[in-house]
Design a protein around this ligand. Structure first.
Ligand code: SF4
Length: 694
């Protein structure tokens, strides 16, 4: 085909990131893109986007894209050379026939559709749920990302929404980025923060290490991982003691009580320092900053909630804008996620009308335990013998990755993976199906970080024989005998009907207008008409059971909830597996530019610790615990507490010195509350490795 002059086609970034950037994609011809740009006329994206998506041509046109359906004929884990090409018909027939055989033998719960957020597009991501529910396959408790943070936020406020981040630029006097390395993970937010800083607003960053975002802060609170609840509780103590609480607001909008005030009485700055490792004077400085500037905007991230006490800590932190009455002011209040702002009726997409409540629900983050047959995880039901995987790479991203690998190695497990690349998980599959990228299919997107609903059409033709998730789900439904109106619709029809049922304009109209801004008015966005709890108040003393089945009883009030992986003489350090800038979970780990910019897996370790262990910058260290040990290169880094180790990841396992990835060290224990993966809650030992690998 002859090349035409580049035009820009609008689209939406589908990656697992709160920004859901409005994009303009340079289209070079029907099959080729050029640069990708952030839409300048979208008031949140504001022309900003991350480098990895700006350079998306490298990913979509990567020579490693899967082009044909594949059947494995060689050993598991080898990669492309262990597979032969087959037709789509053969592949889909084989998957459905195997699923039927396995269902006949063990019952339908033996099949587990397993997915997550490789795309955030609602049709291509969530359609697998419709197949699950119509077939009565095992359900999934999605715990790998936001279960703990959702619980902690919603238990106080009642709803997963908050103040529009566009208020920051013109109105906030203080911006608090808590547990989010926004420069790495939601770069657009920094545009709005920069606007505020030009007006002399102060930026506070709460994070265990001086990451790229903390380097820009006026005040960096460098706390111990898992001590956020203690920090928030101490701040509440100081705000009340120094007369910086808004008592009128507390009386009108919250369940604040004398009992809570008594509880906070001994949570002094010194108490906080002993737990968080942050000097008492610094905690007082932080408290005064937010107390004297009620137009303080808190942007809470997921990072600090990936701990056994993560849900509890999120709730504790979310108490702060209530104590100071920050919610009352333009530029004040908080945002964790806006996912519940949009109120879409997703029945057609996920098949929520056909859910059988008796079907077991398996914890996604315990996939290793589940595949290895832990009877508690299997809940008395059959073993998992069939997996259908879309939009996730559990061999890399799941906790206890060695156990996950062991599970995938089972000879009696049949696995179908629908993917864009030969990932570590695809290499363990029996059948691999090539998947389209967002540039090659329709979808609809909401966002965590802003208020825009977006609809996107394909920009280019599908690569080779790659097909969308919706195609795979509908084709399998035909073969398996699953019936639901959603299987009879095209992706575009599903989007359009979903919008119609939700009271929104048509898909075509939203696409024509580029997006639909679903922002609520000031009172509603700031919960000034009441929070979304039963009594419309913010809850300092929440009822956790309102959110579902609670796995342990939680303390009544914000506090230090000391349930993290215990440090000991044999495991004296705390490991945090923070997000790398050039990767997004396991996506982008295949692109040469991301790999080059990240270098190699590296452990940031304090110089005093390095000295005591005779570790050298550029040498290697063995990091270990009861589960595994990992060999990784050392970066001497003083901007963290001496007993904290940071490994920015997620690097594919093969990039580690011994081929064992960082998640082998992470426990699959569920977070307290309603679960959640505990990626940043790992006590470890460090050892100098005698052979210092180059
Ligand atoms: S910042 Fe996030 S949403 Fe925007 S382009 Fe990058 S990954 Fe996508």
């Amino acid at each position: 085909m002859s090349k035409t002059a580049p035009i820009r086609v609008k689209s939406t970034c589908p990656h697992d990131c709160p920004s859901a950037c409005a994009l303009e994609v340079e289209k070079l011809d029907e099959r080729t893109i050029g640069r990708v740009y952030g839409a300048k006329d979208n008031s949140y994206t504001s022309g900003t986007l991350c480098a990895k998506v700006g350079n998306y041509a490298e990913r979509v046109h990567h020579s490693g894209r899967l082009s044909k359906p594949l059947r494995r004929t060689g050993s598991k884990g080898v990669g492309l050379e262990a597979f032969v090409e087959i037709s789509w018909e053969e592949a889909l027939d084989e998957v459905s026939n195997r699923f039927k055989e396995l269902s006949e033998k063990y019952g339908n719960e033996t099949i587990w559709p397993h997915f997550y957020a490789g795309t955030m597009g609602l049709v291509q991501r969530d359609g697998i749920e419709r197949l699950r529910h119509t077939m009565g396959y095992s359900r999934q408790h999605s715990t790998i990302c936001s279960a703990a943070s959702d619980a902690g936020w919603k238990v106080g406020t009642g709803a997963k929404r908050g103040v529009d981040a566009r208020e920051i630029g013109d109105h906030s006097d203080v911006v608090v980025l808590w547990g989010t390395n926004a420069v790495h993970t939601q770069v657009n937010l920094m545009h709005h923060v920069a606007q505020a800083c030009k007006r002399n607003a102060k930026l506070v960053v709460v994070d265990p290490y001086r990451n790229a975002t903390a380097k820009r802060a006026d005040l960096h609170i460098m706390l111990q991982p898992g001590s956020d609840g203690a920090l928030a509780t101490t701040l509440m103590h100081i705000l009340l003691k120094e007369g910086l609480a808004d008592r009128d607001y507390l009386a009108e909008f919250t369940d604040f009580s004398a009992e809570l005030e008594t509880h906070l009485d001994d949570k002094t700055p010194e108490w906080g320092e002993a737990i968080t490792g942050v000097p008492a004077a610094t905690i007082v400085e932080f408290a005064r900053l937010i107390g004297q500037n009620p137009k303080s905007y808190y942007r809470f991230g997921y990072g600090f909630t990936r701990s056994r006490n993560g849900a509890f800590n999120m709730h504790a932190a979310s108490c702060l804008p209530a104590i100071t009455g920050a919610w009352k002011y333009k530029g004040g209040g908080a945002l964790y996620s806006n996912a519940e702002l949009f109120k879409l009726d997703k029945t057609l997409i996920v098949g929520s009308d056909v859910i059988d409540g008796n079907t077991r629900v398996l914890d996604q983050s315990r996939i290793g335990e589940i595949l290895c047959g832990n009877p508690i995880d299997l809940q008395g039901g059959p073993p998992i013998t069939g997996l259908l995987i879309q939009n996730t790479n559990p061999m890399m991203v799941s906790p206890s990755s060695l156990k996950v690998k062991k599970g995938f190695e089972r000879n009696d497990l049949f696995v179908c993976v629908h993917e864009q690349f030969m990932t570590d998980t695809a290499a363990m599959a029996d059948i691999v199906l090539p998947a389209t990228t967002f540039l090659e299919h329709d979808d609809i997107y909401i966002a965590g970080g802003h208020t825009f609903l977006q609809v996107a059409k394909p920009v280019i033709e599908p690569y080779a024989d790659a097909r969308p998730n919706h195609y795979v789900i509908c084709e399998l439904s035909k073969r398996l005998g699953a019936e639901h109106p959603g299987f009879e619709m095209t992706t575009w029809e599903l989007i359009d009907e979903t919008l119609k049922r939700s009271g929104f304009p048509s898909a075509e109209e939203i696409y024509k207008n580029s997006w639909l801004d679903c922002a609520r008015d000031f009172e509603e966005a700031h919960f000034l008409n009441g929070f979304e709890t039963p009594d419309k108040k913010f809850h300092f003393s929440p009822d956790w059971s309102r959110l579902g089945k609670v796995n342990v009883s939680m303390p009544k009030y914000p506090d230090h909830y000391s349930v993290t992986d215990k440090r000991s003489d044999t495991k004296p350090y705390r490991l945090v597996t923070a997000p790398a800038r050039q990767f997004l979970n396991s996506s982008f780990t295949e692109t040469p530019t991301s790999q080059r910019r990240e270098g190699r897996p590296t452990a940031k370790i304090h110089s005093d610790t390095c000295e005591s262990l005779n570790l050298k910058d550029g040498g290697v260290v063995r990091i270990g615990n009861d589960q595994a040990s990992v060999l990784v290169h050392v970066e001497v880094y003083d901007n963290l507490q001496k007993d904290v180790v940071i490994v920015e990841s997620i690097w594919p396992n093969e990039h580690f010195v011994e081929g064992v990835g960082i998640n082998s060290l992470v426990s699959s224990d569920p977070g307290h509350g309603i679960g959640g993966a505990v990626f940043h809650d790992t006590a470890v030992w460090l050892r100098r490795e005698e052979s210092q690998v180059a």
